[in-house]
Each structure stands twice: as C-alpha cells, then as structure tokens.
Design a binder for this molecule. Structure first.
Ligand code: ZN
Length: 155
C-alpha cells in the first residue's frame, strides 16, 4: 500500500477515535471490545476502491435521525468525508433492562444506570452527519454486578 491511501490511513490511525474521557473513567466498565481493526479494514477496502461509498456510508433513516437528535459530538473528522460532523451514539442492551434494552442513552444516563442495574452492555456507534458513514467502534459492560429483575412493563 502506498500513496494517498497510506497517507490517509496513517492520519486515521494517528488520530484514532478517542473514547469520551468520562467513559474511560466509569468505574464498572469491563469486558471491553474494540472494533477498530474491523473499522480500519472497512476503510482500507474503501480507499483501495474495493468498496463503494454507498456501501459504507449507508446509515439508515433511523440511524440518521438518532444521530441528528441524540448524537454526542466527537472531536475528530469523519474518516471518509473529513468533515467535523461526527457524533457517537450509545446503545444499551441487557436482559435486566427489560423493555428498555436497545435504547439510546446519553453519557449522563449511562453514568446513573451503572448503579441502577447489575449488568448491561453499551455499544458505541459513530455516525457522520455529513456523509452517513457509520461504524461500531467500541462496546463494554456496565453495572454494579447485582442481578435485578427487569423493570415491569408499564402499558
Ligand atoms: Zn463523513
């Protein structure tokens, strides 16, 4: 690999996405999974021309809407279009969350949830509001370790 592709990748690796600092300090964070290799592989394949932009910048309408209304801005440009329009979304999943599993949570909400639930997993997804690039970047478990019954349905 050489030329502009390599340049872009080096730039990308150097700037590597940073997890918001508050997430790094959440005391119960464990079992982290870093998806950066897969993300980089996707970008390499795009910059080499093996994948079309429409295939990697294909955030669906729900994700676009979520990014618009709930996205938390990050200080790094989009790896595809270079615009400073990147946001991250945090999805919380877990049996103990019951009907609330799968919802988008703010960092503040996650901070509160880690002492309200025994265990749940947070998936961090980055989305570019400029070109619809999106990728799962990180996941980890939060919770105080005490098993609780899921909240009852209120209908
Ligand atoms: Zn973009």
């Amino acid at each position: 690999m050489e030329g502009p592709v390599m340049g872009i990748l080096l730039h990308e690796v150097k700037r590597s996405y940073s997890i918001p600092i508050i997430l790094l300090h959440m005391w119960s964070r464990r079992d982290s999974i870093d998806y950066s290799l897969k993300r980089r592989a996707t970008l390499v394949s795009y910059f080499k021309g093996a994948q079309a932009k429409v295939d990697i910048c294909d955030a669906d309408p729900y994700l676009r809407l979520a990014a618009k209304h709930h996205g938390e801005a990050v200080e790094r440009p989009c790896p595809v279009c270079r615009k400073q329009e990147m946001v991250v979304l945090h999805y919380a999943f877990g049996d103990q969350l019951g009907q609330y599993s799968g919802r988008i949570k703010s960092i503040g909400e996650l901070n509160e949830m880690q002492s309200e639930y025994g265990e749940f997993r947070v998936y961090v997804v980055e989305v570019c509001r400029g070109c619809d690039w999106h990728h799962l970047i990180y996941s980890f478990k939060l919770g105080d370790g005490q098993t609780r019954k899921p909240p009852r349905k209120t209908s």
